[in-house]
Ligand binder design. Structure first.
Ligand code: 2AM
Ligand code: CA
Ligand code: CA
Ligand code: CA
Length: 255
């Protein structure tokens, strides 16, 4: 059952990526949500509608939680099959840069991380995997990132956290080899999976975290709320994804 779903979702994501790249070349609509830098485009909505329709077809009876809210209101219990969907992550990058955005999808079964997918759309790289399955980029298996310390690596901390000096996070950036901000949780998660980053801290919604969490945990990375607890699947959390060493260092440096 899970293997069959995995195969079908991988096929769907390649088709959807082709469509997304095509739609990006055509005129599309851009609307603001809560403020001038919180955007949604007609491509986000088209992608979400298609993912929703496809998942309901291949996995009848599942629950779907997706960012733009198409058909996913009122989920309070993660029981059974819960798909968590971000139809375009990095919408601002999509609009301004035509690059550095992704599509993210995850399956949680009875609240447990089961399958995760991040499509790096412009590079045509699909990161996918799950507990006991390994993590792959396209067909190539990723090895577990080295357990490096802050001074040995690059960290990503989202701009509102740095600009707002939240939880002393600028101290973490200063202790690292360097600070990077990609503006897309999908791209930052990929940075963690490949070992380009040693830590990532951001305030993330369920659809920003779900896919990356599945794969990061499978690769032995730490995924937790900044207060040390396990992030709730249905809530937004201030979270860190880090090597074991960096996770300990961040705990020491932050409030
Ligand atoms: P999105 O493009 O799917 O909205 C940018 O640092 C990252 O944060 C992106 O992954 C982006 O996802 C997300 N994001 C954008 N606006 C946000 C907001 N107002 N609150 C929390 N996350 C946001
Ligand atoms: Ca958004
Ligand atoms: Ca999004
Ligand atoms: Ca997102």
């Amino acid at each position: 059952m899970i293997d069959e779903l995995d195969k079908q979702v991988i096929e769907m994501l390649w088709r959807l990526n082709q469509q997304t790249l095509h739609r990006m070349q055509e005129p599309f609509q851009v609307a603001t949500k809560t403020n001038y830098n919180d955007l949604v485009t007609s491509v986000d909505k088209q992608n979400e509608r298609e993912i929703d329709g496809y998942l309901r077809q291949i996995d009848p009876g599942c629950q779907i939680l997706s960012e733009e809210g198409f058909g996913s209101q009122g989920i309070t219990d993660p029981a059974g099959h819960l798909w968590i969907v971000d139809p375009i992550d990095g919408t601002l990058n999509f609009v301004k840069q035509r690059d550095h955005f992704g599509i993210m999808l995850a399956l949680y079964v009875d609240g447990q991380p089961t399958l995760g997918y991040i499509m790096d759309c412009m590079n045509k790289r699909l990161y996918h995997g799950g507990p006991g399955r390994g993590v792959f980029v396209n067909d190539q298996r990723l090895s577990a990132p080295a357990d490096l310390s802050l001074r040995e690596g690059l960290v990503s901390i989202s701009s509102p956290l740095i600009l707002g000096n939240v939880n002393q996070l600028p101290t973490v950036a200063k202790a690292a080899s360097g600070l990077r901000m990609y503006g897309s949780a999908a791209m930052e998660m990929i940075g963690m999976l490949t070992g380009e980053l040693v830590g990532y801290v951001s305030h993330l919604h369920p659809w920003d975290l779900a896919a990356g969490r599945v794969m990061a945990e499978e690769l032995g990375l730490v995924v937790k709320s900044i207060d040390g607890t396990t992030p709730d699947v249905l809530s937004s959390n201030l979270v860190l994804i880090a090597t074991k060493q960096v996770s300990r260092e961040i705990a020491e440096l932050t409030d």
